[in-house]
Design a protein around this ligand. Structure first.
Ligand SMILES: Nc1ncnc2c1ncn2[C@@H]1O[C@H](COP(=O)(O)OP(=O)(O)OP(=O)(O)O)[C@@H](O)[C@H]1O
Ligand SMILES: [Mg+2]
Length: 241
């Protein structure tokens, strides 16, 4: 059995009086790719954000790399090397590609800076071609690459990706998912992925969770979930399978 890197236990998160997470249990082991699928409004982004400490869980516990992070402020969670590519990408639109990557590097990693930038340019050659271009003028796919690249500059132990494929053409989605696979296989990077594109996500993942109305309703290996009739009916109908 491989070691648990992230453990979310009985977590409830509220926005005011509205309970967005209603007792969530999720586990990610070191070296795994785990995906979280579910309909709009299920609470997927809320879980990602709760792991990063904003909003904080009202009840339950979140453990990362053996440490209780439930009450830590976001910047301290980031220092433990949890990096996020949030929904909507959130790159800095007026900064260049290169400057965006600089923003992702934490201060104590500066001695690796040039090497890390080169690694990201190898992973996404398009970013190298565009390194002097402002983030806001990149295409959607390039912005997604930049958002992932910026997260990688922190040398994360855990990479959280919220809807990397959103709004992108199939060819670009494939490039992004291939890059995630390479990072996982070649560098052992642990990835927790939120996706509407259930087919592509489950195919890539070791394991997956299905979330409905703030609760995890199903979990299993990527293969099991892809073959599950309920999953197929709810999330894969009309998909490429
Ligand atoms: N800042 C907020 N204030 C109040 N309610 C919020 C806030 N953010 C999210 N919610 C609510 O919490 C619930 C879960 O939202 P969340 O964004 O986590 O869903 P999601 O699964 O990521 O959906 P999508 O697939 O559309 O991105 C929704 O009902 C949403 O309206
Ligand atoms: Mg979301």
């Amino acid at each position: 059995m491989s070691e648990t890197l992230l453990k979310v236990h009985a977590v409830e998160t509220y926005y005011g009086n509205i309970r967005a997470l209603a007792g969530v249990d999720v586990e990610v082991k070191r070296g795994e790719i785990v995906s979280l699928i579910g309909a709009n409004g299920a609470g997927k982004s809320t879980l990602m954000m709760t792991i990063c400490g904003s909003p904080q869980a009202r009840t339950g516990t979140i453990t990362f790399d053996g440490q209780d992070i439930t009450r830590l402020p976001t910047h301290e969670i980031a220092r433990l090397r949890v990096a996020q590519s949030p929904e909507g990408r959130r790159i800095f639109p007026r900064m260049t590609v290169y400057e965006n990557l600089q923003m992702g590097a934490s201060l104590d990693k500066l001695k690796h800076f040039d090497e890390d930038v080169e690694k990201i340019y190898t992973l996404f050659p398009r970013l190298k071609e565009r390194q002097a271009q402002r983030g806001g003028t990149l295409s959607g796919g390039e912005q997604q690459m930049l958002s992932i690249g910026r997260a990688l500059m922190a040398r994360p132990k855990l990479l959280l990706l919220d809807e990397p494929s959103l709004g992108l053409a199939p060819l670009i989605v494939k490039q992004i998912f291939d890059a995630i696979k390479v990072l996982n296989k070649e560098q052992g990077l642990t990835v927790f992925l939120v996706e509407q594109n259930a087919f592509a996500a489950l195919k890539l993942s070791d394991r997956g969770y299905v979330m409905v109305n703030g609760r995890v309703t199903m979990s299993g290996s990527g293969k099991e979930l892809l073959a599950n009739p309920e999953v197929r009916a709810a999330y894969l109908e009309g998909g490429r399978h």
